[in-house]
Design a protein. Structure first.
Length: 299
């Protein structure tokens, strides 16, 4: 019942200016200091009316919005109308704000909750929400906004004329009081949950129940040796393959080490490495000179 007028008036204003939001969800509905509704996040918004005021068809292969609030035609049809999709998402948000839970996981025939809606199995659909004591007017409004066939879905004029929209509306001062009560109730419920958890923990510890974690098994010496030998064998074969390539280029060969590091005896100092590299280059130069000379003699 809270903010029902402002909620749909905000969408009506957007649509009257030829703009479709395309990402209506609870996270994008904010309140300012005066408790005026603010529709946020226009990252997916787009022009929904052509110059002749005809509705623009949006392609369904371009995914926008959130799956739990999206209209079914966004995922099912070849195209959809932005205004119709916005109203469907608004109905989902209205359900969430009224009951505190989502009406379904997603608007598809694979979803068991949405399936009951589009099959008109209303008694079975509303049964889990009986504790909320929802009015018949609200149920009727939601069913007509969440119509699977967008051509049969309630439009903005129909929403404004619906009996549920003509019910009680809070003034700002009353709305403040209601929201304070809800926040206080939430804090009390949260404290009860913490207290219940503490009592459960105290009960289990009192009777000696503890969480037993599976022990970490330390590998045996034989398993460690097997792992090291396997690693060394793999490293040796890889080094042999690399050495064959390095030898062709007159570079120093590699050797696998169990310790994981190279000592000075194994690789030598920087000076010895430079000397070896220089010798390799000289050998390559001499080899190339000999080849050129042999060709000249043959000519």
């Amino acid at each position: 019942m809270v903010l029902r007028i402002l909620y749909f008036l905000g969408l009506e204003y957007l649509h009257s200016n030829g703009i479709s939001h395309r990402d209506i969800k609870p996270e994008n509905l904010l309140l300012d200091k005066e408790l005026n509704l603010v529709i946020a996040d226009f990252g997916s918004a787009a022009k929904c009316r052509a110059e002749d005021n005809k509705p623009i068809e949006f392609k369904s292969n371009v995914v926008v919005g959130s799956i739990e609030c999206n209209a079914p035609e966004i995922n099912m049809d070849k195209f959809y109308y932005g205004e119709k999709a916005d109203l469907f998402s608004a109905g989902v948000c209205l359900f969430f704000m009224t009951t505190g839970s989502s009406p379904f996981r997603e608007a598809s025939i694979q979803d068991e909750y949405f399936e009951k809606l589009w099959k008109k199995e209303t008694v079975a659909y509303w049964a889990p929400h009986n504790s909320h004591h929802l009015s018949l007017e609200f149920k009727d409004l939601f069913e007509r906004i969440s119509e699977r066939d967008s051509s049969k879905r309630l439009d903005m004029a129909g929403i404004r004329a619906h009996p549920w929209m003509k019910g009680e509306v809070y003034k700002s001062i009353d709305l403040y009081a209601v929201m304070e009560q809800r926040v206080e109730a939430y804090h009390k419920r949260y404290k009860r949950e913490l207290q219940s958890k503490a009592e459960k923990d105290s009960f289990f510890s009192k009777f000696g129940f503890t969480m037993i974690m599976p022990p970490q098994i330390e590998p045996s010496a034989a398993e460690k040796a097997m792992y090291v030998d396997s690693f060394y064998s793999t490293a040796t074969s890889e080094c042999a393959e690399i050495n064959s390539k390095l030898e062709k280029r007159k570079l120093l060969p590699l050797s696998p080490m169990r310790s994981g590091s190279l000592s000075d005896d194994q690789v030598g100092s920087d000076e010895s490495f430079k000397e070896a590299e220089e010798e390799a280059r000289k050998d390559m130069t001499v080899s190339s000179t000999d080849k050129i000379a042999s060709r000249a003699d043959s000519d």
